[in-house]
Design a binder for this molecule. Structure first.
Ligand SMILES: O=C(O)C(=O)[C@@H](O)CO
Ligand code: MG
Length: 250
């Protein structure tokens, strides 16, 4: 079985932010990801990680958060200044928190200029921080209408054009199933490009087992592929308490 981590922006969201770290550790997780840790000074998140013996796998760029912010500027032709400013800030957070990966969000844009902008911005970020691993993730257009990166074929085309070792694919079973209708097949086709993996059932984005995706098969395929990274649970529990949604962990 893969090593599982908890996305504590979605899991344990019934608790205040700083209480989620202890809850994740108590549930047996050793690693977490946080989509937007920017509302508090990095020091506070750092303390919570340390106090609970947790490793931080991934944060998103850009700030600020889900509620007010755009989902990125990396593919927005007129957004390059903003993109570079955000990346500088995210790199400071990532360094302080020892975040292994940064998910660079593309934003709302379409067409050739957007594609070229995305490629050049990713190259800029990759060259600015060669020691940092960046990821890109296709998001389904039902949840994010107009989001540039909405397909796995497009993601690998972009990665090939970017051609940097520190920019890779973030595979998410929920989005893969929503976009292409078969999360397992998407893994079999594109999994070799994945540097980070997230899971959630579709279409409800709840815990594994609440939709048609066969997670047992998916986990076996992930293991068989040689992927040795973390698999992060990124779903909204169907239960009131996150702990009660964790039966799929076995
Ligand atoms: O929505 C997802 O899936 C993600 O992984 C997020 O990073 C997007 O905010
Ligand atoms: Mg995801």
């Amino acid at each position: 079985m893969p090593r599982f981590a908890a996305n504590i922006s979605l899991l344990f969201a019934e608790l205040p932010y700083l209480d989620r770290f202890q809850a994740a550790a108590a549930a047996g997780f050793e690693a977490v990801e946080i989509l937007y840790p920017y509302e508090l000074a990095a020091k506070e998140t750092q303390r919570a990680l340390l106090a609970n013996g947790l490793q931080l796998l991934l944060i998103n760029a850009p700030p600020p958060n889900y509620t007010g912010g755009m989902p990125g500027y990396a593919a927005v032709p007129e957004g390059t200044d903003r993109f570079q400013r955000d990346i500088r800030r995210v790199l400071r957070y990532a360094e302080a928190l020892k975040a292994g990966k940064i998910h660079v969000m593309a934003g709302y844009a379409k067409g050739e200029a957007a594609r070229q902008t995305f490629i050049e911005n990713l190259q800029w970020a990759a060259d600015r921080a060669p020691e940092q691993q960046f990821t890109i993730e296709p998001l389904n257009s039902g949840d994010q209408p107009g989001y540039f990166l909405d397909d796995y074929n497009l993601a690998v085309e972009v990665l090939d054009a970017v051609d940097r070792p520190n920019v890779g694919l973030q595979y998410d079973a929920y989005h893969a199933q929503m976009i292409h209708g078969d999360a397992l097949k998407v893994w079999e086709t594109f999994g070799s490009r994945a540097v980070h993996v997230q899971i959630g059932a579709a279409p409800g984005r709840c815990e594994p087992g609440t939709g048609p995706v066969d997670f047992q098969k998916l986990f076996e395929a992930i293991d068989a592929s040689g992927y040795t990274g973390w698999v992060s649970a990124e779903y909204t529990p169907s239960t009131r308490r996150t702990e009660d949604s964790l039966g799929w962990l076995g």
